[in-house]
Design a protein around this ligand. Sequence first.
Ligand SMILES: Nc1nc2c(ncn2[C@@H]2O[C@H](COP(=O)(O)OP(=O)(O)OP(=O)(O)O)[C@@H](O)[C@H]2O)c(=O)[nH]1
Ligand SMILES: [Mg+2]
Length: 201
Amino acid sequence: MIFGRSERGKPPVEPVTLKILVAGGFGVGKTTLVGAVSEIRPLRTEELLTEAGRPVDDTSGVEGKHTTTVAMDFGRITLREDLVLYLFGTPGQERFWFMWDELSEGALGAVVLADTRRLEDCFAAVDYFERRSIPFLVGVNCFEGAPRYPVEDVRQALDLDEGVPLMMCDARDRESVKEALIGVVQHAMAYAADRRQIVNT
Ligand SMILES: Nc1nc2c(ncn2[C@@H]2O[C@H](COP(=O)(O)OP(=O)(O)OP(=O)(O)O)[C@@H](O)[C@H]2O)c(=O)[nH]1
Ligand SMILES: [Mg+2]
């Protein structure tokens, strides 16, 4: 780099940075998802699940889980040279939901993770983004041993609007997560374009 120019003579690109939320119910794999794709060491705010919390922390289905997010996860992924996503994982437990308003400030869109064994746990997140008109995509995190349903059935069970994309994913798999993130960005762009058209007509 000489005088701000790259060696090939092209001016350096200033990447567009977008903020994406990763939301959903307790233990659905939000922290796992951010960790799977982040190219920086993700910032985590995990606390141990304790005996005292047992009555309120329902770990059925994720018995191997020993910690929970109490504030947020933070990670970053460069999708293209000129497109960087900042990922903000929300805490799943209801008692930490006051963080969501703060985290959703300026967000372009969200991934709502769902677990087919506890689908109802993501209703609150779906509702949250619908109410605030924040575009979102539902990612069904395919845990081993969890029943698999056709996409259409899950969509119906969640009572999703037609325009909301839904896809199967694996929160531990970088490529799968990347695909979901690209899906959110595309959906959010299309959503913004639609809204502009409505405003202009
Ligand atoms: N088999 C399987 N296990 C997963 C998958 N995603 C997450 N896990 C496991 O499920 C547990 C829950 O993961 P977390 O990423 O902590 O969930 P979370 O949504 O961040 O949880 P909270 O922040 O407490 O709401 C962990 O023990 C993960 O190792 C998956 O796709 N498949
Ligand atoms: Mg978490």
